[in-house]
Structure formats: structure tokens, C-alpha cells
Design a protein around this ligand. Sequence first.
Ligand code: 0O2
Length: 206
Amino acid sequence: AVKEVLNLTQKFDGEFKIRYQTALDLIVAKLNFIDRSYQLEHDATLIDSIQSRIKSPDSIVEKMERKQLNFTTDRIADYIRDIAGVRVITRFISDIETMQRLIKEQPDIQVVTEKDYVANPKANGYRSLHLIVEVPVYLSTGEERIPVEIQIRTIGMNFWASLEHELNYKKDIPNKEQLRTDLTRKAHDITQLDEEMDDLRAKIRK
Ligand code: 0O2
């Protein structure tokens, strides 16, 4: 397995990574464009912040092992669709849908998968809208469509998810199960707050 990881790392650091970095840069530029156009038209911000990352070879291997995929494959990209990942943080819950609509309206990117954990939260309370989009990247060998995962969530959903992520990755935490239960309960409180803030905004803007 160590050899496979080394192979993957070497492969990843070359031309492979450039494809994903380029696709990620294009998507971030596109999201900023969407936000600026929205501001111009509505005199209000849509995006609070954007975070982006390229998945490290270690996390790719970890995810392939978790999903019991064979990581000697040359077709990693067919299985791991979030090698390039962007997180779009909005202030209000209804801005998630607006963002989704505006992304779909872009003619040069294609939404290929949608997972709506806002409408259908996970049992632990996780909420977020996940889109896999494909963006054309032009290489010396021709055009390639590169997948990028866009996670869209509110500030509230984001700070919940980062704490839950920390809990999952930390070892030796006493009362882990109790903490999970407490976090799930807090996810409900955040959902309620998100919805109330949206209502308030609608009333203020009316
Ligand atoms: P990391 O460290 O964030 O990169 P699929 O992509 O459909 O084959 P997957 O990856 O299970 O299968 O898809 P899904 O459900 O869309 O989740 C992908 C990502 O969403 C995860 O990536 C997390 O970033 C986030 N996510 C999903 N569920 C949870 C959750 O319960 N809690 C938190 N905190 N984040 C979640 P990675 O690669 O698992 O991790």
C-alpha cells in the first residue's frame, strides 16, 4: 500500500494536479463573477466567503480505502469526484438556492450531480448542498472536463460541520457518543435560526 501511495503522490504532483488546480481557479473566478453581478443588480451580497482546496494524495487514498476502491486504478477521477473542492458560504438559507440557480445558468459549466442535504439532512444533522460540476480545461492533449465539488451552505451550517468534522477526526475523546447527540440537537437549533433569520430578512426587505 505504501508503494501505491508513493506512486499516487508522484503522479498527483505532476500534470494531474495542474488540471484540478486550473479547474478550481476557473470555478472560483466564476463564483466571484456571479457574486459581483448579483451585487450590482440587487445591492446585496450573496456570498459571505469562499474556501477552496485540492484533496491531498493521503486523503484520496483514505477515501478510496473507505469506499473499498482499488487505488492502483488510472481512473481515480471517475470515483473520487471531490479532488477539487470549493465551499461557498452564504449568510442566509434562501441564498443557497439562488446560488444553485445562478450556477446552473452558466453556459460553460455543467452540473452533473446534486445532493441536497439541506432539504434532506443527514441523520447526524449535517446540512449542505453539494453540486458536482464539470468544467472544460484545455490541455496540450486536448479538452478535458474536470469535476469540481461545490458545497454550498450557510455560516451556521458551516460552523456546525467544522466542529462535527473535528469530533470525527479526534481520537480519545471521552463521551464521544454523548457529544454526537448534543451536536445533532444543535443542528436543529441552527436550522431554526437559519429559517428565522431568512424570515426576518424577508420582512426587512419588503
Ligand atoms: P473532506 O475532508 O471534507 O474532503 P461521493 O462523493 O458521492 O462518492 P461522498 O464523498 O460520501 O460520496 O459524498 P458526499 O455525501 O457528497 O460527501 C462529500 C463531502 O461532504 C465530505 O468529503 C465532507 O466534506 C462533506 N460531508 C458529508 N457528510 C458530512 C458530515 O456528516 N459531516 C461533515 N462535517 N461533513 C460531511 P470527505 O471526502 O468525506 O471529507
